[in-house]
Design a protein around this ligand. Structure first.
Ligand SMILES: Cc1cc2nc3c(=O)[nH]c(=O)nc-3n(C[C@H](O)[C@H](O)[C@H](O)COP(=O)(O)OP(=O)(O)OC[C@H]3O[C@@H](n4cnc5c(N)ncnc54)[C@H](O)[C@@H]3O)c2cc1C
Length: 334
């Protein structure tokens, strides 16, 4: 866990660039950003470039790259017995961020998660990022491992995203895990955290969840990126509730196209979000895959138009699945 291949990419980082909060402050019009996943182990970085190249005409301000813990899988031995092994199927977040900055000269935002990582492994990843000139990070808790019912922290790791935020802030002050490092170099990370317009599924109610979000911001996190939502009212109400609760940090809306009927059950159960009745009815009565894609595209386009009309300054797109739909939406927006 926690190793990164950095060969050949250490020369490139004169270009890096801006903190997400600066992007938001300096924007003279709406800005867009994207989220991508690292390819599964064994696949080429070209899959990332092939996904991102068509988006460059829209000048995304930054690209988020998700972070994934190792999973426990059972492998069959030659004698027929099974062995439990840990495999990190999607490593490479740090390297991909470096490759994005190098190729496109735009910012990359690596996600970091608590689950499955010790504080030291996280610190080492942060040191890699700092050396590469990547000074944005989205700090998350991560979900329970596939073989666990509830989230269990790594024995030497963090329980909540807030604890990870604190670790990053300590590093920004030059405080490392090893207490005998004195005068340690100070990092300068701009820290994003997650917010849930429809409530994080573990929280007893939305207000408690917002209180926990407020804690992350009061510690020193700089901005919030939201879970996907398919009804803008959830985002507007959430933003209003956050402001009423004293959360003043920028809130970036996360947007995802629905592209098929199967997602009508997969998305709510995976992300604990609601799909509006008009959208689910339209998808259920669509006759072909192309018709489903058309419906998903129009829904997303209307969501974006409404957000822009309501002066939301940034749109963040989850590209997993069918990125060409996000691309089609951007073509119609800009
Ligand atoms: C924008 C975005 C990007 C994501 N990227 C990734 C990724 O790259 N990799 C990945 O594995 N997952 C990712 N996730 C999923 C995320 O890890 C899960 O949703 C996870 O379950 C919660 O993460 P968090 O950072 O919101 O956790 P936290 O902020 O720690 O909150 C988790 C839960 O604990 C509660 N809570 C917080 N503090 C306390 C406290 N002190 N006492 C009691 N309860 C508390 C909160 O209300 C919430 O219910 C992402 C989610 C979002 C929205």
């Amino acid at each position: 866990m926690g190793y990164y291949l950095l060969d050949g990419i250490t020369l490139i980082f004169a270009a890096s660039i801006m903190k997400i909060t600066e992007h938001l402050r300096q924007a003279t019009g709406p800005i867009i950003s994207l989220e991508i996943l690292p390819p599964t182990k064994g696949k080429s970085i070209d899959s990332i470039f092939n996904l991102l190249d068509p988006f460059m005409e829209f000048k995304p301000s930054f690209v988020n790259v998700t972070y994934h813990r190792a999973e426990q899988v059972y492998k069959k031995r030659t004698d027929g017995s099974f062995e439990r092994v840990e495999i990190r199927k999607r490593p490479g977040t740090v390297g991909i961020c470096a490759a994005i900055i190098n190729r496109y000269k735009i910012d990359a935002v690596p996600h970091l998660i608590c689950g499955g990582f010790s504080k030291e492994e996280t610190e080492n990843a942060l040191i890699d990022l700092h050396f590469l000139g990547v000074d944005n990070v989205l700090a998350l808790r991560g979900d329970a491992a596939a073989n666990e019912k509830t989230f269990l922290p790594h024995p030497k790791g963090h329980h909540y995203a807030a604890d990870l935020v604190e670790q990053i802030l300590q590093l920004n002050k030059g405080k490392y895990q090893e207490e005998d490092i004195i005068d340690g170099v100070k990092t300068d990370f701009c820290i994003g955290v997650a917010g849930y317009p429809e409530k994080h599924f573990e929280a007893p109610n939305l207000q408690t969840d917002i209180d926990h979000l407020k804690h992350k911001i009061e510690l020193g996190a700089d901005y919030i990126t939201t879970q996907m939502f398919f009804n803008n009212k959830h985002f507007y109400d959430y933003t209003a509730s956050c402001r009423e609760s004293g959360v003043t940090a920028p809130i970036i809306p996360g947007l995802k196209p629905i592209t098929g009927r199967r997602q009508l059950s997969v998305i709510p159960s995976t992300f604990n979000v609601e799909i509006p009745i008009d959208l689910s009815r339209a998808l259920q009565s669509a006759k072909t895959e192309a018709a489903c894609e058309q419906i998903g595209e129009e829904w997303l386009l209307n969501q974006c138009r409404d957000l822009l009309k309501n002066k939301v300054p940034v749109l963040h797109f989850y590209t997993l699945g069918k990125p060409h739909i996000v691309n089609n939406v951007l073509k119609q927006l800009f």
